[in-house]
Design a protein around this ligand. Structure first.
Ligand code: SF4
Ligand code: SF4
Length: 372
């Protein structure tokens, strides 16, 4: 999708603090406006991709949204399954057993959704398929098996800031969320943290959270670069600002790889993937951080068949409403438009779009945000 053509991006506007029912209604409204039954064949296995929420982080999309989209898939003759992949970092989503337990506590289970929940990359991230890369940076990509093999996909994304990519929208949701473990490592591997011995208080939190035992702490933290996978856990957990990255190098490299991962996924789906960006409660950090953060007022939900256009519209609309560069203010060291520009360059999509406002649709009465 390149050249001068504009992508269609549909928008359902929301009040400043939408509840679960309103979010689900917006998703159904987008489904209708985009006529997404077109991408669901009879009997098709349809991935409903979303983040099930990290422990302590309440801002993930409520289960009511996935349930509603799953019902739409069923009405169109498809077989939905809710899915996400395991994380690289230590947390409650690092393996399928813990991940499914946490998902169930957050309202995502076969009983509450009415369809199965499947961890896309197996017990510990090993369930992945190697594909040829679709861009100039990566020769191979490693997609999570269930994401790669699904006949169609509806990607549900809570748009947030992100410490390494600046912004996390549909491109990042697919790139990280539908990468197997090798794929996540591959996307992060340029990033190597810099430890400041002057600032370090030797508290040991970085070492405790490091997934590869790459940090030793005696008088101060010392990195074993050969073991480091560049996941950023040490940065995220250091309470004293003693860990940093060469952001200008790592953010751009990461974002280009993200776009190439999304391109590989998008090409595999061959027109049978749709992207919904929830520009709601936008926070500085992504939902993986396990923290409660006050977000910006809700704006609306965007839907497109083009992930670049969906992300570009989310970024533009938010900036226009706030009258500032939101993600640039959150993360001055990152230029979040790198992922969009690279996505455009490699044929993933276009930053040129036509915005089409559409109403929400009535949906079944849904429980509270965050609940079942
Ligand atoms: S030292 Fe490397 S592997 Fe360990 S937490 Fe930091 S970035 Fe991740
Ligand atoms: S978390 Fe920060 S302060 Fe604590 S040991 Fe690691 S680098 Fe030092």
């Amino acid at each position: 999708m390149t050249g001068h053509r504009k992508a269609e991006v549909h928008l359902v506007r929301l009040p400043a603090r939408a509840d679960a029912e309103q979010l689900a209604g917006a998703a159904r409204g987008l489904w209708r406006a985009m006529r997404l039954e077109r991408i669901v064949g009879r009997g098709a296995l349809v991935a409903v991709k979303q983040h099930f929420g990290e422990e302590g982080s309440p801002n993930y999309l409520p289960a009511a949204v996935a349930r509603t989209i799953g019902a739409c898939v069923r009405e169109a003759g498809g077989k939905p399954f809710a899915t996400d992949s395991n994380t690289l970092y230590n947390g409650r989503r690092a393996n399928a057993v813990d991940h499914l337990e946490l998902a169930r506590r957050h309202g995502f289970s076969h009983e509450t959704l009415g369809f199965p929940v499947i961890i896309a990359d197996g017990l510990k991230g090993e369930g992945q398929l190697a594909l040829d890369g679709e861009g100039p940076v990566l020769e191979k990509v490693f997609l999570a098996g269930a994401g790669s093999l699904a006949d169609a996909a509806i990607v549900l994304t809570h748009v947030t800031g992100h410490m390494a990519a600046g912004m996390g929208g549909s491109i990042k949701n697919v790139a990280m969320g539908f990468a197997g473990r090798a794929g996540k490592l591959q996307q992060h591997h340029d990033a190597e943290p810099i430890f400041s011995s002057g600032r370090c208080k030797a508290c040991g939190r970085c070492a405790r959270h490091c997934p590869t035992a790459a940090v030793t702490v005696k008088e101060y933290a010392v990195l074993d670069a050969a073991r480091c996978i560049g996941c950023g856990e040490c940065y995220a957990f250091c309470p004293h600002g003693a860990v940093s990255f060469d952001w200008s190098a790592t953010s751009e490299g990461l974002q280009r790889k993200m776009a190439e991962y999304c391109r590989a996924f998008h090409a595999e789906k061959d027109g049978r993937a749709a992207y919904m960006n929830f520009v709601t409660c936008v926070t500085r950090n992504c939902d993986c951080m396990g923290e409660s953060e006050e977000g910006l007022p809700d704006l609306g939900v965007l839907g497109a068949l083009d992930p670049v256009a969906a992300d570009a519209a989310a970024l533009d609309l938010l900036n226009r409403r706030e009258g500032r560069d939101v993600f640039g203010d959150f993360w001055p060291q990152c230029d979040a438009r790198v992922q969009l520009a690279h996505g455009e360059r490699i044929g993933l999509g276009t930053t040129r779009y036509e915005l089409i406002e559409t109403p929400a649709a009535a949906t079944m009465r849904c429980p509270q945000k965050g609940g079942a």
